[in-house]
Design a protein around this ligand. Sequence first.
Ligand code: LLP
Length: 432
Amino acid sequence: MILHPHLSVNSQGHLTIGGMDTVELAREFGTPAYILDENVIRQNMRTYLSAAEKNFGKGALPLFASKSLCFKEIYKIAAEEGLGIDCVSGGELFTAKSAGFPADRIYFHGNNKTDKDISDAMDMGVGRIVVDNTDELYAVNAEAMRRGTKQGILLRITPGIDPHTHKAVVTGSVDSKFGSAIETGQAMEIVKKAIACDGVELYGLHCHIGSQIFDIYPFSDAADIMVRFIAEIKKECNFSIRELNLGGGLGVRYTENDPHIDYAQAISDIAKVVTGFCNQNGIEMPQVRLEPGRSIVAAAGITLYTVGSVKQIPGFKNYISVDGGMPDNPRYALYQSRYTALIANRADAPRDFRATLAGRCCESGDLLGEDMDIQHAERGDILAVLVTGAYNYSMASNYNRIPRPPVILVKDGNARVAVRRETYDDLIRCDV
Ligand code: LLP
């Protein structure tokens, strides 16, 4: 096992994913390519669903945060596994709709939904719009009134938690661009406004404190703050909150220095806070929603590249250049996220070469990692970057007019294309 149980090395010394030889996958599908182990994704979805139901009761539902990985097939998998989904844009809604995802299980997020987003979401019949702010509340209300309907909503609340992760992915603190803060009194104000709107039905509250968080206490603190706020709403407005969405954010092991997280245990720990408070204070237990993205798909994925050159600068550093880079994985350039990389065709050799992993863009910041311990490499080797299932394909760009890699799903010894490789014709499709 390398980092995660579905990654291993076979008798030829090749890296395997879900039992399949990555060197053969690279030969069959070309490089760069994203490879995802479908069984790992399904297993993670099942873990969330069963832990949510066991600890929060039958009405609990995990929503897959599809910003982490978005294409039609992933929505079909989420639908088959009985999850809901979190969508954050018209494009994600459209993709989910094209995949036939049940609209009543869609939660539509975003801090600045356009009028078109709102009306598209209502055309589709999305279950909940997660309203970020007062302007949006009134826009949703007006559109629903115009249609003579009532739109189910949650209100996005900022509980004021700083979970100590990278500052670009913190979302639950008071000065965040998302939601209304409890601390400033604005959360209670928007609750009252929503209750007074005839075009919306306020089901509940949502919070999301950040991403790639390993400690459990920021989640249980946030849950505690949210249930106390629910009690306050009951007291001040005599209004029952029926749904509590606690967001996503549990961390994933990217390198050997990262801890393992037992997601079922984490959910049980968070549930104790919610159920304990509700029982002690005679509050009806709200139906809980969880919104995991990364912890469902990150570990399932790897990216395969071909090495183009190895450059050793005496007294400075070593570069390994591959046929991808920041267009398929911008996370090191954006957040200095650390990854584990291997030479897939010599995965059993010692990782005794320290190198900077460079992409092929005309930009010196186009790196996939620095000071990485990897096997000695040469042109033509297959290089694998591990744990790329989340926020890689979904954040990919065509910078330098580089076509996006395909997404290949492997399952029980078979590999199938979920997203085909982009062609140069795809790149000029919108050019007039
Ligand atoms: N729900 C909401 C409202 C969110 O904003 C997010 C992530 C999630 C759920 C899912 O969080 P997860 O379980 O995946 O941590 N691009 C960054 C991550 C940004 C996360 C944004 N929101 C990265 O590559 O690290």
